[in-house]
Ligand binder design. Sequence first.
Ligand SMILES: [Ca+2]
Length: 350
Amino acid sequence: MTRTAMLGWLAGGAALVSLLLAALWFGSAWSTAQMAARAPLSCPHENGADSSHPGMAYVPAGEYRMGGMAYPEEGPPTSVVVSGFWMDRTEVTNDEFAEFVAATRYVTRAERGADPRMHPDLPPKMRMPGAVVFIMPNDVNGLGDISQWWQFVPGANWRHPGGPDTDIKGRGSFPVMNLAYEDALAYADWKGRSLPTEEQWEWAARAADPESHPDQHPSRQPVEANTWQGIFPVINKADDGFIGLAPVGCYKPNALGLYDMIGNAWEWTSSRYASRHDYTPADDFNGGGARGDAAPVARYVIKGGSYLCAPNYCMRYRAAARQPQEVDLPTSHLGFRTVMNAPGPAGGGS
Ligand SMILES: [Ca+2]
């Protein structure tokens, strides 16, 4: 084959691939629009109303090996001991957060904007009140540059999850989004509770079963969870029924009665991030956020993965999975739930 013929053949092949991708994308966009119109706005689920702590489930004490092997930051598996505690059965919802705001007039970080003392080099636009929102692109040039699908949107906050033109009307049962760590903490304080540590969170997600192996078969997506089916971030087949975020409690709970520990929204923990379980944040040049002379911005561990987790990009729909999140960065795939120390149910737990 001559060089010219080969180039012509390659160009033809590339055009065909582009055409196929475009057809796939349009087909996918059409079916996802249909699905969005049909998706429920709430899902009936067991909230433990007759328990001593309605809305919460008891997680018994135990010992297990925290971590996994699927990604470097999950290792090495490390023995931890956890006392019994109560945990919200679901992620905190818009309705629940609205109660807190109505009672306290609390204003979230996304509504106030980033603190310029913490971010002296931040471009002016990103100092405006707002949040980082996932916007599905038509096409991407590789997966290295996350700004192809994450954009800072001025005016995005918990009341306006996608920006000023969006709202949460009819979405009271959806997990509250676009909160910084301090906002989640303020809510937990108001309830007289706290945020789970990473040790507590992972133990709860494993349903307090030390024999569970959350890192096995990482490419296999969980069935009872809202994740991403298709090719992230351009083809979202939504075989699980949801293109984006789902209301809380739409999938089967785990053996402890906890819903959506995996998928739907990432969740804040109260643990500072280190890039391995045998490091401390101080061991990690970037773990503490030290950037030359800039004020350090702490990072905390988030757990559980979200509706954006897909086998081709982020197999973090597993109990052992973890990611760092800057404390003051509100995003549209991150929520939280609270925990409480109190005696277990009569006759059970410790
Ligand atoms: Ca989904």
